[in-house]
Design a binder for this molecule. Sequence first.
Ligand code: CAA
Length: 380
Amino acid sequence: MNFDFTETQLMIKEMAKKFSEDVLAPTAAERDEKEEFPHDAVKQMGELGLMGMMVPEQFNGAGLDTVSYVVAMEEISKMDASAGVIMSVNNSLVCYGLAEFGSDFQKEKYLKELAIGKKLGAFALSEPEAGSDASNQKTTAVRDGDFYLINGTKNFITNGKYADVVLVMATTDKSKGTHGISTFIVDKGIPGFEVAKKENKLGIRSSDTVSLSFTDCRVSVENRIGEEGFGFKFAMKTLDGGRIGIAAQALGIAQASLEAALKYSKERKAFGQFIAEFQGIQFKLADMATRIEAARLLTLKSAALKDSGKPYGHASAMAKLYASKVAVDAALEAIQIHGGYGYVKDYPVERYLRDAKITEIYEGTSEVQRIVIARNLLKD
Ligand code: CAA
């Protein structure tokens, strides 16, 4: 067992850290307040190879491993968890899905531009009545010659407003249950495609989350990913990897919370000494650091399993379940250590708590992760 990063992984970490500190950090709080999407930063992230990190170089990707993706995601999310989710969805749900399961035509036409951030991708699985119960898809895709007509509504779609390309799950044969769901690549702006309600969110406010509606959207058969009926498995397999990205996002928020708490406790005096000198504060810091390290190891393990071609769905569910809880707890403790100052927007820790909460919800709630983990424990 080797716990050392490679030279490339260390280089990626440094590059992401510098970008995050120089470009994202100065405007993160203001963009959060104004719900402003970081268009320029996302463009630069594309140029740096951060939007298609695991895509093979032949399709313009950075050709890196999942461990590199985790270290970069942590650094980006540490300064700006909104940028983290934008990056995560494009990398692990859209680019990975296309690189792994797309046709040559689809990789050529879509992946090459998505991998360099020239296009932005979204993943449209959730519906008003299909969140955790993802198989309850009401969106339909009805075959019409060489096309499908897509009708339905998707909600809580990250990147939805600004995405150029959306991977849409839809029912092609209701009688077949999960085997009757297919995935389609839908170009923004085709007739019948509408961006509907924008969500006013608690956290990750500078990322964009919208509903999308499809009315008789004509999509070519060439844009179906895999065979008809492969859509549910496509979504589940893709989300197995997506959960590694969200675990890494949670790590970034948790680490930011710890660092803010450390800094504050060395600056703030009470009862005649720095609060870092009180054992009560030291124990909180020690617990935060220990839990964050445990979450980091789980996340890196799931990434390493994916990189070595071994099953990783169980590990990625554990990583997301644990890292998201650690992020929420770390942000709460950071607020507690800041006292009243932690509750106001002059300090970043209240944003960390608002951002952390979503990591327990999207890409499968903590309850869904427990279902995945328990089913793996009980199988055979
Ligand atoms: N890999 C491959 N196949 C899988 C799989 C996986 N990880 N998980 C399930 N399957 C297969 C099963 O083997 C089964 O196949 P067979 O019928 O051939 O045996 C089929 O899929 C159906 O599986 P289940 O019976 O387990 O399905 P279920 O209806 O009980 O659902 C669930 C299980 C785990 C709860 C699933 O619905 C789920 O993961 N729900 C959460 C959905 C989710 O994560 N949504 C996130 C939205 S995207 C998002 O949040 C992005 C964003 O914006 C940030």
